[in-house]
Design a protein around this ligand. Sequence first.
Ligand SMILES: [Cu+2]
Length: 172
Amino acid sequence: MAIHPLERRWFVVSILLVLVMGLFVLYTAWAAGIHPPSNVEAIDSTRLHLTPEFAEDHLGVERTKDGTVVARIVMARYMVHPQEITLPADTPIVIRAASADVLHGLHVAGTNIGTQVVPGYVSEVRTTIRFDRVAAIGTANPDGSVTVPLFCNEYCGLGHQSMWGRVRVTKP
Ligand SMILES: [Cu+2]
């Protein structure tokens, strides 16, 4: 079967493009720690305030008995509850977020924390915040900690731009 030289050249180019894109995916996964969130856990978004985990008193940061740091966040139009959380750097942390209404996005600047917060599900991110990364872009506090913003990055309505919070990252 005869293949035109030009067609053969584009065949090679298209294969190379796929390989290059595959390498980018591997690079971001290994070097930057960026993975698709994989937690599947259903919750009734209309009754978050009645659940043991996402009731108002239980939001925020908790250090469990086994030493894990868990942050519970509720996103609702147009607030992040609680608006400020404090997390230790260079320590394994678990972020658990739920939406009380529509689709939101949770993004913490200077970290690989970024997930959709889909109504009806609990979004979970397990990560470790690197202090040098947040120190490079955040606001330094007098006590040595650094504050970085937490944004909703899924357009969720007319007040979307005011939907943000703060994460205070302390040295380990
Ligand atoms: Cu939002």
